[in-house]
Every structure is written in structure tokens, then in C-alpha cells.
Design a protein around this ligand. Structure first.
Ligand SMILES: Cc1cc2nc3c(=O)[nH]c(=O)nc-3n(C[C@H](O)[C@H](O)[C@H](O)COP(=O)(O)OP(=O)(O)OC[C@H]3O[C@@H](n4cnc5c(N)ncnc54)[C@H](O)[C@@H]3O)c2cc1C
Length: 323
């Protein structure tokens, strides 16, 4: 690394490392090497690293907790910036959180402050609030967008810091402006929660944790749900007769992706070290040193079979990086 460049850019010599394995930074425990790797602990760190990447014309990838990622076995060229800007601050029913704040920690801190709204998020392993806002994370009928007041982000093109109010975040199902426009890095978030009885909040968290433990394959590495549950209705009479549960899903306007995969007979299918979980068909799990290509092959197979059986193309929720 050339020292003159850092001096020229008037940024502190950042702790940029070379050839760092990304395996240990994803919940899948899959991924090749990052050519350059940097942990951003402050806004200044982030800005400094971005300026250097721009100077060297390195592509930038922003890493949160790595709980929604499938990173290529070939690794990533350029600079991976791991967001570790932390900090939680409560003011009345509002809470400020740095983008790298752990979502489960935030849910428990909110409980300690008698604030409700994040109970659904407790127990999601390794996720950050930045990653949750990016993909509008949700569970048990609540989305992170339900509690967002504003988001502070860095525009990688102009290097300006922009504050987005909730409307400007353009939230929709598993989506946001930050996902649509890859040039924005979330720095911090302000949430607005509701005051509630701590006992009630704790009960809700307990219920959700029990549900996850019972229904999700938590003993194997994964990235959570592989596909978005499609907001679709199936009207084909032949399919409705063969799969009567579809009527209920039609009424709700959303079909569980796991159900569709299960009905194709793929549940339990193994390719290399990856498996469509026998416990929950929307989870692909790393059962034995899986490669990214094993997971990807299962994803494509599930998409192909579900499309053939139900005419629906499943949209991957997991983000593919470096393919
Ligand atoms: C066991 C398990 C259970 C899960 N359960 C749920 C669930 O119930 N509901 C749910 O919605 N998800 C769930 N997930 C998926 C995942 O935890 C969430 O999507 C989470 O919000 C991702 O956050 P992350 O910090 O890990 O993001 P990462 O996986 O690191 O990144 C995901 C995307 O967000 C981008 N990103 C991350 N941080 C920033 C930032 N600061 N600025 C800009 N872009 C950023 C990355 O570039 C990447 O494109 C689960 C995952 C696991 C492993």
C-alpha cells in the first residue's frame, strides 16, 4: 500500500488488509478471499476507505453481518468494507443505532427500555441494522420499515452524506432505495418504537424465539430464507384441486416459498455439501464444507422445478456476490 496516496488524500492510514477469507464473515461459512478488507468503525473510517478505493479504482462491497449473502468461491476483487459503526442511543421512544449494530442486541436493548417494535428481530443471528434496512427485513408480520424514522447514508458517487426520511427510503417487500441504488452506504438509522410493558415485550420475544427454534434448521450454517415468499395467487383449477392448501394462501395473498419447494419433492436434496433443509424447505443449509456453487445449483434447481410445477419464478432473497 503506497503511503503517499494516503497522505495525499489527507486520511489516516487505514487498517486495510489483503487477501482476507470471507468465509468467517458470512453465516453460510462460504466465500473466497477479499482482495482488500477494511473494518469501518466510524464515519471518518468509512469516508477514508472509500476515498482510497476511488483513488485506486477498486470496486467497493459493503458487508454487514453477512447473514443474507452467498459469496462466490472465487472471492471479491477490490475493497470489502465491513460495517462496524456501532452505538445505540435512546431518546424517549426514538432510538439511534449505528449501521453495524447487531439487530438482536438492538431488540434486547429496546426491551430494557420498555420499547416495543423489534421483538420479531431477536434471534436473527449476526444481522446488522444496516443490512436489515437495506433488505427491509421482516418476520412475524412486522417489517423493519414499520419502525423507521430516518436513515443516514453516504452517497458513494458524490461522497455526500444524505438523510432519508421514511418515504424517501422507498420501502417495499424485502426492498428499499438502498437495495435498488447500490451506491448508498447506510451509516446510521433512527427508529421510532412504541412504549409497552416490558413483560409483554419479553413474552413476545420468547414466543418468536421458540418458533424459530422449532421450525428453522438453526444447527447448520445458512443465510435464513433462500427465497422471498411470492405475493401471488394461483388460479389454475387443476393446481387448486391437487394442492388444496393453495386456497388459504390465495386468501392471504402470499404463498410460502418453502411450501412450493416441498411440493416439488426437492426437500432434503443434497448437492456437494449443501442441502435443501429437511426441516424447512426455504432454507438451504451448509451441511459439510459446501461451496457457493453447491448452494447456487440447488437454488437454480428449486427455481426451475417450482416454475415448472406452479408457473411461479421464485425470487432469491439471498444476495449473490461476486458471481
Ligand atoms: C438463521 C437466519 C434467520 C434469518 N431470519 C430472518 C428473518 O426472520 N427475517 C429476515 O428478513 N431476514 C432473516 N435472515 C436474513 C438476514 O439476517 C437479514 O436479511 C439481515 O437483515 C441481513 O443483514 P446483514 O447485516 O447480515 O447484511 P449482509 O448479509 O451483510 O448484507 C446483505 C446486503 O445488505 C447490504 N448492506 C449491509 N449493510 C449495509 C449498509 N450499512 N449500507 C448499505 N448496504 C448494506 C450488503 O451490501 C448486502 O447486499 C435470517 C438469516 C439467518 C442466517
Amino acid at each position: 500500500m503506497k503511503k503517499e496516496i494516503f497522505l495525499k488524500l489527507k486520511v489516516k492510514l487505514p487498517r486495510i488488509k489483503k487477501n482476507v477469507s470471507l468465509k468467517n464473515f458470512t453465516t453460510y461459512k462460504i466465500g473466497g478471499l477479499a482482495e482488500y478488507f477494511f473494518v469501518a468503525k466510524s464515519k471518518e473510517d468509512l469516508m477514508g476507505a472509500v476515498k482510497i478505493a476511488k483513488e485506486f479504482k477498486w470496486p467497493i462491497f459493503i458487508l454487514g453481518g453477512g447473514s443474507n449473502l452467498l459469496i462466490s468461491d472465487k472471492g471479491l476483487k477490490g475493497l470489502v468494507i465491513k460495517m462496524d459503526i456501532l452505538g445505540i442511543e435512546f431518546k424517549g421512544n426514538k432510538v439511534y443505532a449505528g449501521a453495524g449494530t447487531d439487530l438482536t442486541n438492538l431488540a434486547y436493548s429496546s426491551l430494557d427500555n420498555g420499547l416495543s417494535g423489534l421483538e420479531w428481530a431477536a434471534g436473527i443471528p449476526s444481522a446488522t441494522i444496516g443490512g436489515a434496512v437495506y433488505g427491509n427485513a421482516q418476520a412475524f408480520g412486522t417489517r423493519i420499515s414499520d419502525n423507521i424514522k430516518s436513515v443516514e447514508a453516504l452517497d458513494l458517487k458524490t461522497l455526500r452524506i444524505i438523510n432519508f426520511n421514511k418515504n424517501q427510503c422507498a420501502f417495499s417487500l424485502k426492498n428499499s432505495i438502498f437495495k435498488k441504488n447500490k451506491k448508498l452506504v447506510i451509516i446510521s438509522v433512527i427508529l421510532e418504537l412504541k412504549t409497552n410493558n416490558k413483560k409483554e415485550i419479553a413474552e413476545k420475544i420468547k414466543e418468536h424465539l421458540a418458533h424459530r427454534k422449532k421450525g428453522h434448521p438453526v444447527n447448520f450454517p445458512s443465510a435464513g430464507s433462500t427465497f422471498v415468499n411470492p405475493e401471488k395467487k394461483i388460479i389454475d383449477k387443476r393446481l387448486l384441486k391437487k394442492y388444496p392448501e393453495l386456497k388459504n394462501f390465495n386468501e392471504r395473498g402470499i404463498i410460502p416459498a418453502g411450501y412450493l419447494i416441498q411440493k416439488t419433492g426437492l426437500q432434503g436434496k443434497i448437492i456437494g455439501g449443501a442441502q435443501i433443509s429437511p426441516m424447512h424447505a426455504n432454507f438451504i443449509v451448509n451441511i459439510k464444507n459446501a461451496k457457493a456453487k453447491d448452494v447456487l445449483t440447488l437454488i437454480k434447481l428449486a427455481q426451475k422445478k417450482v416454475k415448472k410445477t406452479f408457473g411461479i419464478l421464485l425470487e432469491a432473497e439471498v444476495q449473490f456476490i461476486g458471481f
